[in-house]
Structures are given as C-alpha cells and as structure tokens.
Design a protein around this ligand. Sequence first.
Ligand code: GMT
Length: 388
Amino acid sequence: MADPSRPLRIGIACYPLIGGSGILATALGQDLARRGHEVHFFSYARPVRLDLAAPRIHFHAVEVSEYALFRYPDYTLPLAVRMAEVARERGLDVFHVHYAVPHATAACMAAEMLGAGAPQIVTTLHGTDTNLLGQDPSYRPAIEHALAQSDAVTVVSESLRRETEATFRLTRPAEVIPNFFDPTPPARTREAARRALAVEPGEFLVAHLSNLRPGKRIDLLLRAFAAVPAERRARLLVLAGAPFAPWESLVDELGLRGRVTVRENGADVADFLHAADAGLYTSDNESFGLSILETLFYARPVVAFRVGGIPEVVREGATGFLHPFGDTAALARSLARLAAEPDLARAMGERGRRDVTARFTADEIVPRYEAVYRRALATADAEPDWMV
Ligand code: GMT
C-alpha cells in the first residue's frame, strides 16, 4: 500500500491562453508545487501565468508537425505521446486534464500506451465541453467516452454539474470543486492606477475583464454601459484578452468614444481592478466566471446577468446585482445606483471580498483536488476482489 501522504507527481494538461481554464490549471499546478508535489505541465505553449523558475514546476511543450498529408494539423496524438513519455520517465501518479477535448482523450490514449501502472486520470470540465462541444453529435460520444475512462471527474460549479449530468451518460458522479483565486497585491496605489488610466476625480470606473469571446456579449456590455445616465459620470475599462477592434464601431455608434478605455495586454489586472469601483459582466453563460471572482477579490461589487454558475459566486443583493439575461436596462440601473451611492458600492465590495476569501481561496480548494488524486490512487492500489 503506497504512503497516503507522500508528495505526488502530477501531469497537468491545459490550454495555455488567457482563458479561465488555463489560468485555473496554472494556479492549481503552482499551488500544488508549493505544497511539495512535482508538477508537469503539457501544452503547445507556456501557459501565460506559469512561473517556470518556481521549484518542482516543469513544462513540456508539445510540438505539432504540419504534414502535407493532413489537411488539419493534429494535436491530440503528439500530446498523448508526450504525456506517455513523461509519465514513463518521471513515474507520474496522476494526469489532471482540464477539458475533455482534447486533453482527456489524449490522457486516455497515453494511459493505454503505458498499460498497467499508468497514471490515474482526473478530468475537470470547465463549461464548453458540456454546453458547446457536448451539444455537437460529432464530439459528444468522444467526450462521454473520455469521461467514462477517467478515474474521477470534477466540474467547477453546481450549475455545470447539473448541465453535465443532463448532457452525458456518466458512469460516476461528477464532483463539484469550485474555482479559486489568490489575489496579488496591486503594485500601485488606487490613485496612481486611476491616473495611469486618465480617470478624472469623481468618475465611477466600471471594469470588465474577459477574453472577449462571442459568449461574453460585448455588444450587451456596451449597450448596458451606454444606458447609464450621463450625470453618473461613469467610465468603462475593458481589460481585454483579445483585440477590441471589432467593437470600436459600436463604441462610436453608441456615442461612447472618450468614455471607454481598453487595455489589451492582460498586464496590471490587480492595479486596474483596484482602481475600479464595480465590475460589469454580460456573458450569455458562464459555468463559474473566474473574472467575476477576481473582481470580488479586489472588493468591487459585480453587476451581471443571472446565468450558469454566476449566482454561486455572487451573492445577489449582498455582493452584487444580478438580472435576467438580456435586460441591459436593469444592469444600467444597478450601475447608476452604485455610482450614486458610493458607500453602498464600498460596503458591497468589502462584503464580496470577505465572502470570496471565506469560500474560494487556494487553501480552501486545492486540498480538495489533492483528496481527489489520493482517492483515485487508493482505488487503483486496492486489490481486486478476486485476490482476497
Ligand atoms: O469562457 C471562456 O471564454 C473561457 C473558458 C475556458 O475554458 O477557459 O472559461 C470557462 O472556464 C472558466 C474556469 O473554470 C470558468 O470560470 C468560465 O465560466 C468558463 N466559461 C464558460 O462556461 C463559458
């Protein structure tokens, strides 16, 4: 029987880009390494927030070759081969994959190549596996198969658990382990950050942080912001993980030129959220809403649509205001109220910070992943019935 408290060797496969799943996977791996585990990341590029100088952190780049024979380059097979190679060399205990496609499918293939003693597969679903690819008949059976082959499946919210169970035939229950965030202190004072953004004294700064994918509904974000009465002196700050150019014409159409500031390089998020007075989010669906969590950690109240897992993160009326999807007028009214009542905005923000600090820190969440790994390993170690 293996020592149940020994440090583990964990392989994490994730997307490397600015997006909640990669950011969460990176934060998780880094925290596991701080706790003494050896952590190996697999991706086609270094995950954006990964600190390669940190002890016990390793990164294995997956090379994708382009063959004339292939009309579309394939990533899953080279990923599986790399995962199998490292698992064999380093004796990995666990593959923790973020997203079923292609990461869990690659892990299944790596495990098949390794045979007996292969790492246990833990798959975490972040949303689009279920609500986008899971609805596509050319992906659904492959995802279902990868989930059936996984030794444990986790999801990031109750809402995603319900949706996942309604979408796939699961062979085991999916465990809810919410996302977490550990805020870094801002490098500048609030006043210095506001000056850097040219925010004028008395302006109410509304922040939005996202990768601007279609589901973030930037059109509704701009429309909601445009409906805030001018006397509230609101300014919108978009911290964009992708080019904002497609929305510039709507900024002009809505007469918002001069009231919208965009920062595209993903840097200084802590400073800018600290500089803001509230957060505004208009996604049509979010399994969780990691950016919303970040906003709450910097003590800013959140105004958003009541979709997916957002009500599990924002406490309605206490740490933010949630409204039915599409009701931009209601979002604008909530923003106007917060702008008119700065004491209310500050109190809600402070309550939000306390609330998320009690529920969504690394110290709270990471041990739950460790427990999943150890349970999966204990099951693998258990003697089969025919041996007793
Ligand atoms: O929503 C995105 O654009 C990115 C996506 C991802 O895969 O990175 O985010 C998903 O995972 C995040 C981390 O668990 C969640 O906070 C997001 O809510 C989720 N997005 C959706 O469900 C649409």
